[in-house]
Design a protein around this ligand. Structure first.
Ligand SMILES: [Fe+2]
Ligand SMILES: [Fe+2]
Length: 262
């Protein structure tokens, strides 16, 4: 199975980057089975809506994960149930709208399991470790290949989750920090891993937000309006190949692709 996993799409520049690159990635990687993306910041940098999920899907993204910003657009609480290709963090209280894992049909006719965990350090989700293996194994009943988005702040928690799921999931990617790490690897039991995919959006910024606004806020400690930046737009993520017979990853390549500025 050949997959691209795109890091946090931020606002309109991020969506333009996906629009520009999704078709080019399908050309570049012959037989690409699916494009997956974290879309927690796709709506103006804050959250996601059904309309924007549909827009991103129309550009060629097949499935979306989210994170701590999933409910920033309140309407998404009622919308998520009718959006078939978006999941939210798994380790949340019972009764939370949406689902934290799903087996999706790829455009190439395969089943892909996706689990969206969220971190407990600096993020207030319940401990993802006790539920991670059962979640992957449950969705593994419906899909031969299962991949995991571990949306978390702490590097240690993401690295530990990679080791915890090595041999259980075929790919574990970290998201949320918006800064790509250079540690992509295939772990000993076959899980491809990277601590953070990085951000798909404007990099002339502080993790997607206009840099002057963020610097001023740190300087003055006064409330400030944050807006998505413009300029130096990159699509960040990974390309991964997985052997469907063994469920082991055979290749992981980091993507950091320049875009026309939106
Ligand atoms: Fe994010
Ligand atoms: Fe996040």
């Amino acid at each position: 199975m050949k997959l691209v996993f795109i890091g946090d799409i931020v606002g309109k520049p991020g969506r333009r980057a996906v629009q520009e690159w999704a078709p080019k990635l399908r050309e570049r990687y012959d037989g690409l089975d699916a494009i997956v993306a974290n879309a927690e910041n796709a709506a103006g940098g804050r959250g996601l809506t059904a309309k924007i999920a549909k827009e991103i899907t129309s550009y060629g993204v097949d499935f979306m994960t989210t994170g701590n910003h999933v409910w920033d657009q309140k309407e998404f609480l009622t919308e998520i149930g009718s959006v078939p290709n978006v999941i939210r963090p798994y380790n949340v209280p019972p009764g939370t709208p949406g689902t934290g894992s799903a087996a999706f049909d790829t455009p190439t006719g395969k089943k892909l399991g996706v689990v969206n965990l969220a971190g407990s350090l600096f993020m207030n989700y319940s401990n993802p470790f006790p539920v991670a293996i059962p979640a992957v194994e449950a969705i593994g009943q419906q899909a031969r290949i299962v991949i995991v988005d571990m949306h978390a702040e702490a590097t240690s928690e993401k690295v530990a989750m990679g080791w915890h799921l090595d041999g259980i999931a075929s790919l574990v990617v970290g998201t949320h920090t918006h800064v790509q790490t250079a540690d992509e690897t295939i772990l000993p039991n076959g899980a491809a891993y990277i601590t953070d995919l990085g951000m798909t959006g404007p990099h002339d910024s502080v993790i997607g937000v206009g840099k002057e606004m963020v610097v001023r806020k740190f300087l003055t400690q006064l409330p400030a309006k944050f807006e998505v930046a413009t300029g130096d737009t990159l699509l960040c993520g990974v390309y991964v190949e997985i052997d469907e017979r063994t469920r082991r990853a055979t290749l992981i390549e980091r993507l950091r692709l320049p875009c026309e500025d939106a």
